[in-house]
Design a protein around this ligand. Structure first.
Ligand code: NAD
Length: 495
């Protein structure tokens, strides 16, 4: 059996206590990928010490030179794309065409960060005093603890790790216990690109290892992607310890289809949004809001199309929807389907595991659609994180917007309409960090701000230029070349 290690100070190491956990392929539970270190606070401390020892030299390396290393990392991700996509699919299930896209996001992020190494702009402003200059600079924050979910094993970590590195921070990364192999390839790629030992460290393990990172006094920033429940716990601890903390959490995203929409386009959108990545995206479409004039026809066509979604192992050609990540998640999906029925929604498609004998060793659930859903139902309000879509009928544009906004979350939103006035009103009024017009809720571009409002985030945005706000601290510099003591706010005004 393959025996995987932590990556600390440029070397591959077992957990100090020797504990391990197994990782299996969700498409075939008999396929054991390997054993990984079940790390604890001792291993986290070793990684933090390595990150601390590497901190000064890394911070003093010119940012364009740090960017050059990340550009090379992008080249290596590109070279290893095919191999890594299959590794990722084996450990977390989504089809290879999706894992290939996952890696492309990391490549885009590397190239973007490489150029940012030549910018990292501060801004200058005139002084209110004569013979004095005011400047400002972006400084690294220090050691960053990065903790992530499993559904984007390369893309999501890259959104944090790559910008953090170009800004001159060092890192302790705890990937999800469901997608640990990809994290080791991430380390291999950064090492080959020329990253000095200790700048980037990987510590495997469960929530306890993540907790140890959050609680370590030398970790200055926590960058987290995962459930709202875990994120809130991390926010509490980070607040107590006065650490910077950036959170990307759950979602309950909705697509509106108005009566004037291009129906075929809207159908394709919801199929991809609801069942892409088996509904296990923070941006997945789990609520569909249909105008009453097109409700019956659209729903009938949607059911017919969803029946044709090819469910199977992501490593097989032709698969459109892979398995659910683990037994716990499969049970959660099943329990929500039962809750939906109990509360009076009508299950019009799926609502069961796959009965294909060829898939018996995997965790396969069929595309599921509920109609007659109302806003008080739990399947409308709570994140299920599986291939379950709840359909709600509305009678006006205003009701559609109000229905979409009736959520504790606010990540992604979508409206299909040909009416430019409705489109722009929705852009203004939908309470979400992301709004798509005539596109599904899922998908993001690496150079655009990414994140959500309400229960989804805590005010930060990854991606693009906004992520550099997370991973830098501002320093304001005043240079007085007057040769006199100038007292701002005192010498300039008489009273
Ligand atoms: P999770 O919260 O269970 O775990 C996320 C990470 O936190 C894992 O690495 C886990 O080991 C770690 N962890 C667990 N308990 C911890 C603790 N007490 N202290 C520190 N770390 C701890 O989430 P998950 O099931 O892996 O992922 C699914 C969730 O992630 C969904 O809610 C989804 O919406 C969300 N997600 C959000 C985004 C986004 O950008 N907003 C992206 C992907 C996934």
């Amino acid at each position: 059996m393959a025996d995987f290690k932590n990556y600390i100070n440029g070397t591959w190491q077992d957990a100090a206590a020797g504990a391990q956990f197994d990782n299996r392929n969700p498409a075939d539970r008999n396929d054991l990928i390997g054993a990984f270190p079940q790390s604890d606070a001792t291993d986290v401390d070793a990684a933090v010490k390595a990150a601390k020892a590497a901190e000064r030299a890394w911070k003093l390396m010119p940012a364009p030179a740090r960017g050059d290393i990340l550009r090379r990392a992008g080249d290596i991700f590109q070279r290893r794309k095919g191999e890594l996509a299959r590794i990722m699919t084996r450990e977390m299930g989504k089809p290879v065409f999706e894992t290939t896209g996952d890696i492309q996001e990391a490549i885009d992020t590397c190239y973007y960060a490489a150029t940012e190494g030549r910018r990292l702009f501060g801004y200058n402003a005139p002084s209110e005093m004569p013979n004095k200059m005011n400047l400002s600079f972006r400084m690294p924050v220090g050691i960053c603890g990065i903790i992530t979910a499993w559904n984007f094993p390369i893309a999501v970590p890259s959104w944090k790790i790559i910008p953090a590195l170009v800004c001159g921070n060092t890192i302790v990364f705890k990937p999800s216990e469901e997608s640990p192999h990809s994290a080791n390839i991430f380390a291999e790629i950064l090492e080959e690109a020329g990253l000095p030992a200790g700048v980037f460290n990987v510590v495997h393990g469960a929530g306890a290892a993540g907790s140890a990172i959050v609680e370590h006094p030398d970790v200055k920033l926590v960058g987290f992607t995962g459930s709202t429940e875990t994120g809130k716990a991390i926010a509490g601890k980070s607040g107590q310890a006065n650490k910077k903390c950036s959170l990307e959490m759950g979602g309950k995203n909705a697509q509106i289809v108005m009566d004037d929409a291009n129906m075929e386009l809207a159908l394709e959108g919801v199929l991809w949004g609801a069942f892409g990545t088996t509904g296990q995206r923070c941006t997945a479409t789990s609520r569909l809001i249909l105008h009453e004039k097109i409700h019956d026809d659209f729903l009938a066509r949607l059911i017919e199309r969803a029946k044709t979604v090819v469910v199977g192992p992501g490593l097989e050609d032709g698969t459109q929807m892979g398995p659910v990540i683990n037994e716990k998640q499969l049970n959660k999906v099943e329990s929500y389907v039962a809750i939906g029925k109990e509360q009076g929604a009508e299950c019009v498609l799926g609502g069961r595991r796959s009965d294909d004998p060829a898939l018996a060793n995997g965790l396969f659930y069929m595309p599921t659609i509920f109609s007659k859903v109302n806003r008080s139902m739990r399947i409308f309000q709570e994140e299920i994180f599986g291939p379950v879509l709840s359909v709600v009928k509305v009678s006006s544009f205003e009701e559609a917007v109000e229905t979409l906004n009736d959520s504790a979350y606010g990540l992604s939103s979508s409206i299909y309409t040909q009416d430019v006035n409705k489109a722009f009103t929705a852009v203004r009024d939908l309470e979400a960090g992301i709004t798509y017009v005539n596109g599904p809720t899922i998908g993001a571009e690496a150079h655009m701000p990414f994140g959500g409002v309400k229960g989804t985030g805590n005010g930060h945005r990854e991606g693009g230029w906004t992520v550099f706000e997370i991973f830098t601290e501002w320093k304001s510099v005043y240079v007085d070349f007057s040769g006199t003591l100038q007292r701002a706010q005192i010498d300039n005004y008489d009273d």
